[in-house]
Design a protein around this ligand. Structure first.
Ligand code: CTP
Ligand code: MG
Length: 258
């Protein structure tokens, strides 16, 4: 089976709050998305790298991507949500793919993926019938908040709901009441999902088609279809750039890996 990458890059970066969509903000002298694409394009086991851009994307054409080689395939079919962009991207790739080919879905907003982590994912899943994802064992003590009036459901959101307030360094909206602790949740066995998430094309397409709206990653869709994706140990460096303060950390990591 061959390997294909699919990079959803049709978001607006509302939580980051810049005029330019965050995937085009400069990091270490290149647009953020260049770094994410570069690791995928340099991996010779990956045959083609599809990039899902929004139909009205006015930035992509403004850069020279030739340094990334000839496996790059921009497609202008982004959807209203990340999940929709992934489904649309898969449809655009369909002609190239066999059922048991691999698709690696990777966020444009994770510029600090390293070749070592990508190799670890490819190696760990090589003989797997389903697939899996890079993920990080949880390091912090976890608290569940009371769902009381005044607390905010959005505080726990990872799915991309924008803040109503101006973008901040923390996703606690200004003036929101600090909720009370209902319980401490053991972190044993808990992992944070990252990308790339790597699945057999046939299973991924069928699972995404059957998944309810609001599913935030590919693995969840596979889980709902009854599969058990593998968790491949990752590193903090492969975090998702979401808030303004994340830019400085990404810059630091990229400066250290050149
Ligand atoms: N994405 C996409 N299509 C969308 C929304 C998001 O392709 N309609 C992509 C983003 O470009 C990003 C990845 O999905 O590479 C992860 O999403 P996220 O970090 O939430 O980015 P944004 O949606 O752009 O940011 P925000 O949620 O703060 O608006
Ligand atoms: Mg989002």
């Amino acid at each position: 089976p061959r390997h294909f990458a699919l990079v959803p890059a049709a978001g607006n970066g509302v939580r980051l709050g810049s005029q330019t969509p965050k995937q085009y903000l400069p990091l270490a002298g290149r647009p953020m998305i260049w770094h994410a694409l570069s690791v995928l394009c340099r991996q010779t086991r990956i045959a083609q790298v599809y990039v899902v851009l929004s139909a009205g994307d006015a930035w992509w054409a403004g850069y020279d991507w030739s340094s990334l080689g000839d496996t790059l395939r921009p497609v202008f079919c982004g959807g209203a949500t990340r999940a929709e962009s992934v489904v649309n991207g898969l449809a655009a790739m369909a002609g190239e793919l066999a059922e048991d080919d691999w698709v690696l879905v990777h966020d444009a907003a994770r510029p600090c993926l390293s070749p070592i982590l990508l190799d670890a994912l490819l190696n760990a899943l090589a003989d797997d019938p389903v697939g899996g994802l890079l993920a990080l064992p949880v390091a912090d003590t976890l608290k569940r908040a009371h769902a009381e009036a005044g607390s905010l459901a959005g505080v726990a959101d990872l799915g991309g709901q924008p803040n109503q307030a101006a973008p901040r360094r923390c996703n606690m909206p200004h003036g929101a009441q600090a909720p009370r602790v209902a319980a401490t949740v053991t972190r044993d066995g808990l992992w944070q999902a990252q990308t790339p998430q790597m699945f057999r094309y046939g299973l991924l397409r069928t699972a995404l088609a059957a998944a309810p709206r609001g599913v935030t990653d590919e693995a969840s869709a596979l889980e709902m279809a009854g599969y058990q994706p593998r968790l491949v140990p990752s590193e903090l460096r492969n975090f998702k750039v979401t808030y303004p303060a994340d830019l400085a950390l990404a810059e630091l990591i990229l400066a250290g890996s050149r």
